[in-house]
Design a protein around this ligand. Structure first.
Ligand code: SF4
Length: 460
């Protein structure tokens, strides 16, 4: 992984090659570990070969993710030989040590102290006052203009298909002032978009009994609404991920209508059939979600709703699946991701009902994606002729050069307020004036397909 802050002394510093796998929450863990290592004078290596050590932050959510993690460990052992493993798979160290007895240490998720201590044992830190000087926002693995902001760890729910609570434990929320301090530091360092993440964002603060913490001469409660309002005062885009449709989420929608936080909700509904939801043991499964979505859109017509679904959950009948398709037609969600059910080892769901055949899962996956593609395309078509604010992620000239004065028109890729990085669509922007990464431009939308928008910059 590339280090953004090279130093003339880096050649003398002990070097660590870091592999970060998994979801944005794991990425935040990696950022914290790397920040700590950099603060202690370690440098990041560009490749495993020649590094003093490799750290692999693993993901264990699905069997396929575990296989990817094991392959990454194997590669690190081949190319370097000195390997420390951390992250979700570290909760079951025997799986790793059985496959790779040569791994030097295995630590679990969020055990920042243990992974850093393991690094110290293998390659002791070297004190260097220059390398100890860190940017105050820490080391970020995302581009400079957006950052993930993790507000809690763990989860109090017990969805039957998920082993995250086993791996990461119950909900532990950060005090609100702590989150706000990190957010302010990120904004001061140039971040234009904060992506709020956790396992269950709307449950924020439950474990703290919503206790207040001291913030700017007053007090701020550890409540979802209070936190969203305070983040909305920072003057940057604030995007909320992993929000469950609990009734109190309704209170945040007016903040979206006022433009304080982005009119965007990432709600993992997972299914619509009451029987499947019951077997999934989903939080808020009993809520009347279609009515709730309609109410949200009444308050905030620009609201974008993104969701994910699982097809082929054990016992899912053709009837259940059709309930889901009908629900999608009625809900008209903007963005949808879909997974074929995977029987993760240790998940209760595997025992609840007979498995669905792989061929049926596959066929349902294609039917769902086709159905949703038409809905997404219709929703995007409504944006034709509108002006959208677009944050620029990549920019170059038509012949691939870096944009700059006198080099001609720019073609850029960015995202509107309706698009989260990595998971949603792209806005392709033509511009007479060079666009810079991280800049927010006003774009007139001229064309749309099922996922992306195309337009021209008309304001900067
Ligand atoms: S809400 Fe459910 S799926 Fe999400 S982390 Fe918690 S238990 Fe897992």
């Amino acid at each position: 992984m590339d280090d953004q802050t090279p130093s003339a002394d880096a050649a003398r510093a002990p070097t660590v090659s870091f592999v970060s796998l998994g979801c944005p929450k794991a990425l935040v863990d990696s950022e914290r570990i790397i920040t700590r290592l950099r603060a202690e004078g370690y440098a990041l290596a560009r490749s495993h070969e020649g590094a003093d050590l490799v750290v692999v932050n693993t993901c264990g959510f699905l069997d396929s993710a575990q296989a990817e993690s094991l392959a990454a460990i194997g590669k690190a052992l081949n190319e370097n030989g000195k390997v420390i493993v951390t992250g979700c798979m570290g909760a079951e160290p025997e799986t790793i040590t059985a496959a790779y007895p040569g791994v030097l240490a295995v630590t679990g998720p969020q055990q920042y102290e243990s992974v850093v201590a393991a690094v110290h044992r293998v390659v002791p830190p070297r004190h260097d006052p220059f390398l100890d000087l860190l940017p105050p926002e820490g080391i970020k693995l995302t581009p400079r203009h957006y950052a993930y902001l993790k507000i809690s760890e763990g989860c109090n729910n017990r969805c039957s298909f998920c082993i995250i609570p086993k791996l990461r434990g119950d909900l532990v929320s950060r005090p609100a002032a702590d989150v706000l301090r990190e957010a302010e530091r990120l904004v001061a360092a140039g971040v234009k978009e904060l992506l709020v993440i956790s396992q269950d964002t709307s449950a924020y603060g439950v474990d703290l009994k919503y206790a207040a913490s001291a913030w700017k001469g007053g007090e701020l409660r550890a409540k979802f609404l209070d936190l969203a309002r305070a983040l909305g005062e920072l003057g940057v885009w604030v995007r909320l991920h992993y929000v469950y449709p609990y009734p109190h989420v309704d209170d945040v929608i007016p903040l979206m209508a006022e433009g304080k936080v982005l009119p965007y909700l990432d709600v993992p509904f997972q299914h619509a059939s009451p029987d499947v939801l019951r077997r999934m043991r989903r939080p808020a499964a009993q809520e009347k979600t279609l009515e709730r979505i309609a109410r949200w859109r009444d308050i905030c017509p620009d609201l974008t709703i993104r969701s994910t679904f699982i097809v082929g959950f054990p016992g899912e009948t053709e009837g259940d699946f059709e309930v889901l398709l009908d629900w999608l037609d009625a809900a008209e969600l903007d963005r949808v991701g879909c997974f074929r059910y995977e029987p993760v080892k240790g998940a209760v769901a595997n025992e609840l009902a007979p498995p669905v055949a792989d061929a049926v899962k596959e066929e349902r996956w294609h039917r769902l994606m086709r159905r949703q593609q038409a809905i997404s395309a219709r929703r995007l078509e409504r944006k034709l002729g509108t002006r959208q604010q677009v944050i620029i992620d990549e920019a170059c000239t038509r012949d691939g050069r870096r944009p700059g004065p006198g080099v001609g028109p720019t073609v850029a890729k960015g995202r509107s307020k309706a698009d989260a990085p990595e998971i949603d669509g792209t806005v392709h922007v033509a511009s007479r004036r060079p666009l810079r990464v991280g800049e927010i431009a006003t774009v007139r939308i001229e064309r749309a397909d099922a996922y992306d928008l195309f337009g021209t910059a008309v304001g900067f």
